[in-house]
Ligand binder design. Sequence first.
Ligand code: SF4
Length: 393
Amino acid sequence: MFLRPSLLCPHHPYNSIFLILLMVDDIYLNKPNELFEALERELEDSEKIVAIQIAPAVRVAIGEEFGYAPGEDLTKKTIGLLKQLGFDHVVDTPLGADINIYEEAYEILHALERNDEDYFPVFNSCCIGWRLYCSRTHEKICKHISPIASPHMITGSIINHYLQKKLGKPRKEIVSVSVMPCTLKKYETMEQFPDGDPYVDYVLTTRELADFARKKGLDLKTAPESEFSEFFPDSSKDGVVFGVTGGLVEALLTTLAHILEVEKENEHYFRNDDAIKEREVKLGEYTLRVVSVHGFANLEKVLKEIEDGKKFHFVEVMSCPYGCVGGPGQPLPADEETLKARAAGLRKAADNKDSVATVPQENPTVQKLYRELLDRPGSETARKLIYFHKVKL
Ligand code: SF4
């Protein structure tokens, strides 16, 4: 495992992510060759459909492994590279983020409607580093972490269940892979459905994908541009901005405003890299206090305020500097300037997205998935397929 020396300092605000890596078994003992061999076997098996999802933060960092500047949006070339590697379907993890935030918005609205003070604050479930840290250091708070699965796991579940339905294939012939900025996402796949089926079968980090491509003699620079799977073509701006600090809160507020059919104030308040961003936002008849924080030392300040009686409706926690763009599976070295460039690049990628949807509920793929698979937010099927069944890790 590669440790950045500055992060070993006990006073560094981001040191805890590496302590978490040491707390969990095996994960840091990367065995890329075994992983690559397993993937090669799956890709060569003509009976199997192998689908892969790409997390938002990957697109603005993978280029660094191939000589591009940090922050350059290489979504289409990365899809092309994955197709050259033999993957049958490439899916955008922001599609799972769209579904995650759509469900979250409804859960929060229902709690507001029934005036359920005890429901708040809600903490995000999408950062596995935060969930592990919480379960080991603040166990009492864990019940406030959203039970809605992370975008990674939602996308994995959608790939498995929708492709089984559409292609008439049994689960054992569908392989669900992911490319994540996060080494800990490998640990997240230990969370399974009650019958023991995983949401995601294999996780590659951004660096591992680059190594896998090089092993196969491929280069991102010469890869053709390509498009996401015809079964899952769309994701919204909100889903993409998830990968950078403040993005989740921005997506939640935009989605809530859209559902409530009201204007959203302070549109771009969360569009900066500050370690703690806090705001009271008026949405029609409701006033919500929300906060976005990255780094555990900063989180501890927010948790102290909560302990002292401060009320929040939603708390976004990202373990890594600047959010997932600064994840431990991203290219190295990653200095402050690189992280800032990735963060700015991802916000720009979200705004420039050639998608018909800016919010999850307008995303045609989200609409199709609710129509054909999930029914409606909070439905029995949604709870079965896209919520966590075993929250404690
Ligand atoms: S913020 Fe870091 S630990 Fe959390 S999900 Fe993203 S990359 Fe993983």
